[in-house]
Each structure stands twice: as C-alpha cells, then as structure tokens.
Design a protein around this ligand. Structure first.
Ligand code: FE
Ligand code: FE
Ligand code: MG
Length: 167
C-alpha cells in the first residue's frame, strides 16, 4: 500500500474497498460462468458462441486482476474464498444447467447488465474523489458494454437463423 496514494482518496477508503471487493467477487463468478458455459454449449452457432464465451472468460479474469491490484494498492484484501464470492457479489451466479445456446446467451447478457450497473456505481462513488479507481472502472465498464453488445448481437443472429431456417 502506498501511503500518499491512499491519502488522496477523497472518500472513505473502506467504502471504496467494499465496492471493489463486490466487483472482484462478480468477476470470478462471471469468469467461471463463461468458462464452463463454453465447454457445455449445445445448439446452432455453438462454435461461434463458444469462442466468444471463452474470450469473455479471459477478459473477466483480466478484470479480476485489475480490481485485485487496486484493492491491494488501497491496503485491502481481495475476497479470500469462493464462498466469499457468492456472499459479496451483487451479480448472481447462474449455473449453466441448460446448455442450449440461447439460454447461455440470456444468462450471460443478464450478467453483463449487472456488471455494467456495478461499474457505473463504482464510477459514481469515486468521481472526482478517487481518480485511479474511477479510471480503472471506466476501462472495465467500456469492456462490459462491449460484452453485452457482443452477446445481444449473437442472440439476434441466432434468432434470425432459427426463424428463417424453419420456413
Ligand atoms: Fe468483467
Ligand atoms: Fe463482461
Ligand atoms: Mg467480445
């Protein structure tokens, strides 16, 4: 932890750490949901969708790396156990029980929408007060917005394919 770096944070550091650990917990759950979904997936366009799910999994893991780094810089401790991920995450873990492409896409779209809300809240809380966290949250938010759009666009392609194919 850098002492001057911590001093310049203009809001309660413990509050920032709480928000960061919530985001951190969600990233691990998102990582696993994507990673396992990519292995189980069944149905039309499964190869294209699996490739995107795998890419997103690696990007969620990179988000966890960024968030953990900021938690440590501020003198905090990243959530210590998988039980903690479930307890702390504002976004739920949606097990890929039904491996059909459209179901997995819907589950992960909901996850991205929750992630977008989480980082928006982190940005609102840190704006003009903790520029380093704010900037990191902006970087991640931009990627979550991209993730949502990627998945919604795959869902649209899938729906077009299924509806046209049945005529
Ligand atoms: Fe993420
Ligand atoms: Fe994402
Ligand atoms: Mg993508």
């Amino acid at each position: 932890m850098g002492t001057r770096g911590r001093e310049i944070v203009g809001i309660d550091v413990e509050e920032v750490l709480r928000l960061l650990n919530q985001a951190y917990a969600s990233e691990w759950l998102a990582y696993y949901q994507y990673w396992l979904g990519a292995k189980l997936i069944k149905g039309p366009m499964k190869d294209a969708v699996a490739a995107e799910l795998n890419l997103h999994a690696t990007e969620e893991l990179q988000h966890a790396v960024l968030v953990a780094g900021r938690i440590l810089q501020l003198g905090g401790t990243p959530v210590l156990s998988p039980e903690g991920w479930l307890a702390m995450s504002p976004c739920k873990y949606d097990a890929p029980e039904d491996p059909y492409v459209a179901v997995l896409l819907d589950q992960n779209i909901a996850g991205e929408q929750c992630a977008i809300t989480t980082y928006k809240e982190l940005m609102d809380a840190t704006k003009d007060k903790d520029m380093v966290t704010y900037n990191m949250a902006l970087t991640i938010l931009a990627q979550e917005v991209e993730h949502e759009e990627d998945l919604q666009s795959l869902k649209e392609d899938l729906e077009l394919m299924v509806s046209r194919g049945s005529k």
